[in-house]
Design a protein around this ligand. Sequence first.
Ligand SMILES: Cc1cc2nc3c(=O)[nH]c(=O)nc-3n(C[C@H](O)[C@H](O)[C@H](O)COP(=O)(O)OP(=O)(O)OC[C@H]3O[C@@H](n4cnc5c(N)ncnc54)[C@H](O)[C@@H]3O)c2cc1C
Length: 392
Amino acid sequence: MEHHEVLIVGGGNAGISLGARLLRDGIRDVTIVAPQPVHRYKPLLNYVGGGQATMADLERPMRDVVPEGCGWVRDAVETVDPAAMTVRTRGGPLLHCSTLVLCPGLEEDWAATPGLQRAYADGWAASTYVPGSAPQVWPRLTSLTSGSVVFTVPPEPASCGPTALKPLFMACDHWRRTGVLPDLDVCLLLPEPTATGVPAADEVLERAFADFGVEVLREARMERVDWDVHALTVATPTGRRVLEDVAFAHAVPHYRAPNWIADAGLADPAGLVGIDPHTLRSRRHESIWAIGDAAAVATRPSGGGLRRQVDVLAQNIPAARDGRPLQRYDGYTVMPITVSRRELMLVEVDRDGRPTPSVPLVDLVEPRRATWFADRYVLPRIYWRRLLRGRV
Ligand SMILES: Cc1cc2nc3c(=O)[nH]c(=O)nc-3n(C[C@H](O)[C@H](O)[C@H](O)COP(=O)(O)OP(=O)(O)OC[C@H]3O[C@@H](n4cnc5c(N)ncnc54)[C@H](O)[C@@H]3O)c2cc1C
């Protein structure tokens, strides 16, 4: 049986940046288990859906992002035995480790919305959250000149859900410029009463919804999709509503954590890896940790939040081994939302919803062109050149 000092499950934002950071900090034997051949910088998917980026801008071969000196098992984990500290992969050997970090992200829960997967295959629905369909979003949106179009924000657990508003606003801005906005009925499904739960940000977003004439269905859940007649059934607090004759649906699937987490007895009631959200350590096994979208970090998951999580966990793994006090993650997270083609608001809060701005003296919640530029062009460079290389 192969043994590793640190075994990381998942080669996304969390797994690669943590692996790189641990190696940089002097841990020698770090191995990542990740099946996919391609690594994606997901925040740019929304810019693909807004006609401002291509898939080539956000994809790199995995072999180029796995840190130098890091082991890479090109396989998917199927089971975890926490007591034995082993994981079994789909096709490979049994792997044993001293420290296990789980960061497999979330997966689409197609079964939660009957008909939706078929609607994607049909091309009537697509979204920036499903990479294979993201390139269809902007051509489909910009081909519309009249009729009804629906956008959804996914319910939790979801990966930085409010960023699903980006394609909506970029499309509305485009439709206004081309003069067709008055002929389109734009409907938005929000899972909560407001878009972010942060009053200052919601105020800006409510103004933008009103300005573009977007009808907002609140606490709304996409129940089923009848792709053949282009209809969506939505559950709302006041009853069920059927949206008919929808020309295109930017319908984001619901998400869930992989089932093997619960099968291993490591899940919280929502199916995420049950951890102490401050120390990021499993509540049940002291040598198991989790970060990223699949971890119960008790805050909205985001790539921005991961920067802090990686920093805390990289310190806590050796601290736990040496019996030193553990660092604490304050739940910092970000929600970058474009409110037009060239303006973005950046919402930064901690676990209690308190504003935690990263830049002093500038109100980044106020939509700005400079913030859009940073989100579209500067952050991707920082991601590839610094974050994935463990320089957090
Ligand atoms: C459309 C979209 C836009 C976003 N925009 C922003 C933004 O603007 N700003 C921001 O801060 N955040 C944004 N996010 C959120 C951010 O991208 C995520 O929080 C981040 O990618 C989470 O990283 P992760 O490593 O936990 O999960 P992922 O990036 O999903 O990576 C998980 C990896 O684990 C692998 N895996 C899965 N199952 C297994 C298994 N059984 N065995 C081994 N490996 C497995 C997967 O193949 C995947 O590569 C966005 C997310 C999406 C989807």
